[in-house]
Design a protein around this ligand. Structure first.
Ligand code: BGC
Length: 388
């Protein structure tokens, strides 16, 4: 475990001045040793303080359990951002972080959580495949005094959930619905026929996205066909859209797709059915492929959720908990009822993205670089959209 720099320097002062190096466990780099040994400003008081303040040590490992790999965000953003923050805090991610991905299987996730606990995890960061089934994991953790951070998706029906970190997910659905409605109105389509391709029925977020979208669109459009997409699978979304097109004789004015993966599936189905003029399609996650489809005019919008602050907040909480420290109360900005308790929550704000604000959101934030988005096939579209 790497120590916080201040603690390292303080411990080295003890080593240098009191010659008690053999009694410490500090592992300093030569640079830090020199810096410590030559710090003129070091006072005896600091030395005394260091000698009496035990360096905090981790009580065990942190486990991060993610739900799937078909959606790019988890391994492209959530995991690396989480690891980077833990490293910055001084946590030994190489030895003390356990990562598992359930590939959309709730029972796999249950086994992975049990294995993580057996292998020494004392904090779980859990993004559940199934928001209800994951209660068993949180209950098990609670029986062993292991705190659980419900990451991005809510774990329902358990009082073993310590924190919940996510976005305002109903707002995600509202942003999708409103962007679609605005575009359909702009195109002058009266009584538009909209197909809803929702997310996984086991994901509480999918329920919230759907709720938000319906709040905006119900009564303003005809919900011509609606599907919940098992596992959020893009392939299944493609099948659903193909069915809808057949049933509706290809007359679809708009598609409310819950994320970029399902949007990609719906767009593939429409192209496969020979549609030359694609209707507006929503999305979510601001995946590179989604942004590129927006630039190419195939997808109308996406919802950008800044994963970095989400993953960093999870890392900060997990670090404090594994070190036996109480997380700073100011990190929390609300509570969320999970059917059993009010879970202290950190809720972040999603942003709607169309061609017009790709640069001022995703690129300005460093979520994706121009080089990642504007590959040769999209270079002209990038120029036309003013992205450079
Ligand atoms: C997440 C989305 C993601 C979807 C599929 C949701 O719970 O919030 O960002 O696209 O799951 O993994």
């Amino acid at each position: 475990m790497k120590k916080n720099l201040l603690v390292v320097v303080s411990v080295l002062l003890v080593a240098a001045f009191a010659l008690t190096a053999c009694a410490t466990t500090a592992t300093a780099t030569p640079t830090e040793t020199v810096a410590a040994a030559t710090t003129e400003a070091a006072t005896a008081a600091a030395t005394t303080a260091a000698a009496t303040t035990a360096a905090p040590t981790a009580s065990g490992k942190i486990a991060i359990l993610l739900p799937e790999t078909k959606t790019a965000r988890y391994e492209a953003s959530d995991l690396p951002d989480f690891k980077a923050k833990l490293s910055d805090l001084g946590f030994d991610v190489d030895n003390d972080l356990i990562y598992s991905n359930a590939n959309q299987d709730a029972s796999t996730q249950q086994s992975q959580a049990e294995a993580a606990i057996t292998n020494g995890a004392t904090v779980l960061v859990l993004d559940p495949v199934d928001s209800d089934a994951a209660a068993a994991i949180a209950d098990l953790a609670k029986s062993k005094n292991i705190p659980v951070i419900s990451y991005d998706r809510l774990i329902k029906g358990s009082d073993g959930v310590t924190y919940y970190i996510s976005f305002d997910n109903e707002q995600v659905g509202k942003l999708q619905g409103q962007a679609l409605l605005d575009e359909l109105t702009k195109e002058g389509i009266t009584n538009p026929q909209v197909v809803f391709i929702n997310g996984s029925p086991t994901d509480n977020n999918a329920t919230l996205f759907k709720k938000g979208a319906h709040e905006v669109l119900d009564g303003k459009v005809t919900v011509a066909k609606e599907y919940d997409t098992p596992d959020w699978s893009p392939d299944k979304a493609q099948d659903e859209m193909t069915q809808a097109l057949t049933a509706l004789n290809n007359k679809v004015d708009g598609v409310l797709a819950a994320n970029d993966g399902t949007a990609g599936g719906a767009i593939a189905a429409m192209k496969g059915a020979g549609l030359t003029q694609l209707p507006p399609v929503t999305g979510q996650d601001a995946e590179v492929a989604g942004i590129q489809r927006i630039l190419a005019g195939e997808q109308f919008m996406t919802v950008y959720k800044a994963i970095k602050p989400e993953a960093e907040a999870a890392a900060t909480l997990a670090y404090d908990l594994v070190m036996g420290q109480t997380p700073d109360a100011s990190l929390v900005n609300g509570t969320t009822n999970n059917g059993k308790i009010d879970v202290p929550s950190i809720l972040l704000t999603p942003v709607a993205v169309t061609k017009d604000n790709i640069e001022s959101t995703i690129i300005a934030d460093g979520f994706h670089t121009v080089a990642e988005i504007c590959t040769s096939d999209f270079a002209d579209a990038c120029t036309a959209a003013g992205i450079k």
